[in-house]
Design a protein around this ligand. Structure first.
Ligand SMILES: *Cc1c(COP(=O)(O)O)cnc(C)c1O
Length: 349
């Protein structure tokens, strides 16, 4: 019996390269784009292990849970890590980055998350990129939660390593991801004797055996389902228009902030400028447990894209995930109506 997911023809090098080119177009980048056959944590970890070694001094910006993970990988590679943590209700500023770089002129790597789906903030990457470029450090960016939801211009902003995944605003598969790599970053990897080689985490393998060979021979059989889905999701974005897709995310975020008070909640991120278009985080009133509110809302409608914050935030933070197909004002309004009813229910319990 035929089945749309089964008995797929093997994907050839030309088809694979064409999907890479589509992703490069989406990122408006002239740099090499390498597609990585796993969820975005694969290139996120692969880049750090390729760039960092003993002697590396890294400025690691923590504006949510992922920054913590990056710091741990950097330390594991023997790098000295200077952590710059900012509260989750705000964003980091270019001035803070500049001050940190001035204090430690030997910093040669900067890791930053663009938008944080988990904490609902977004960082001013264009301005930060200017500071990092002036300093000369390699600039690593997790853009998984920003791509498709807000402007992302790795070349114009001087991003050396820009990691994306398709599973948030792009509305695509979670099992495949990509990274744009600058010439400077390739050189850093090549000069690092500890950079992974002949390993699933290796980006140099792709550089030497795929990119430098003119993208004629693949390193292994591609994950066709994910690759086809990635190609299809970029096609769909081109049909809708990237600007229209970003506008939908911005409108959803505006609606979430505007409607919070009526639901008995407050935007967690104080300044709208620092709020991510991909997801809005909301603060529950004192004494009202966020997990209990989310549980009550989901009991009423299990399909709502709402969640409680992770870890210690589970008591005070609610996330409304308005990305991809959910980046619509109607979806946000349905979430807020259910959350408002849930707040009243939890308060009266
Ligand atoms: C979603 C996301 C990822 C990918 O992580 P998942 O847990 O697989 O969704 C990575 N970085 C950021 C900033 C994200 O928002």
């Amino acid at each position: 019996m035929t089945h749309p997911f089964l008995d797929l023809a093997p994907m050839g090098a030309a088809e694979f390269a064409a999907i890479e080119d589509k992703v490069a177009r989406l990122l408006r980048t002239e740099q090499d784009v390498v597609i990585t056959q796993g969820e975005a944590l694969l290139p996120l970890e692969g880049c750090i292990r390729s760039a960092a070694q003993p002697g590396t001094v890294a400025l690691n910006v923590i504006t949510g849970p992922y920054g913590q993970t990056f710091g741990n990988w950097l330390r594991d590679c023997g790098a000295e890590v200077v952590d710059l943590a900012v509260p989750f209700h705000t964003a980091v500023t270019a001035e803070q980055i500049r001050a940190a770089l001035t204090e430690r002129p030997d910093i040669d790597f900067v890791s930053l998350v663009h938008a944080e789906a988990a904490t609902g903030n977004t960082n001013p990457v264009a301005e930060i990129g200017e500071a990092v470029r002036e300093h000369g450090a390699l600039f690593y960016l997790d853009a998984v939660a920003s791509v498709g939801a807000e402007p992302l211009l790795p070349d114009a902003w001087g991003v050396d390593l820009c990691v994306i995944g398709a599973q948030k605003a792009m509305g695509g598969p979670a099992g495949v991801s990509a990274v744009s790599v600058s010439e400077r970053a390739w050189k850093r990897f090549a000069d690092n004797p500890r950079a992974p080689r002949r390993s699933y985490l290796s980006l140099l393998d792709w550089k030497e055996r795929w990119v430098d060979g003119g993208r004629k021979a693949l390193l292994h059989a591609p994950a066709q389902l994910e690759m086809l889905a990635l190609g299809a999701c970029v096609d769909r974005i081109e049909e809708e228009g990237l600007d229209a897709l970003m506008a939908r995310h911005a409108e959803a975020a505006r609606a979430a902030r505007a409607g919070a008070a009526a639901a008995g909640l407050a935007p967690y991120v104080h300044d709208a400028r620092d709020a991510a278009p991909v997801a809005t985080t909301l603060r529950t009133p004192d004494g009202v447990d966020a997990s209990a509110v989310v549980a009550a809302a989901l009991a009423a409608d299990p399909a709502l894209p709402v969640a409680a914050g992770g870890g210690a935030l589970a008591h005070e933070m609610i996330r409304v995930n308005h990305y991809g197909p959910d980046a619509r004002v109607e979806v946000v309004e349905r979430c807020l109506a259910a959350l408002g009813a849930a707040v009243r229910k939890v308060r009266s319990a």
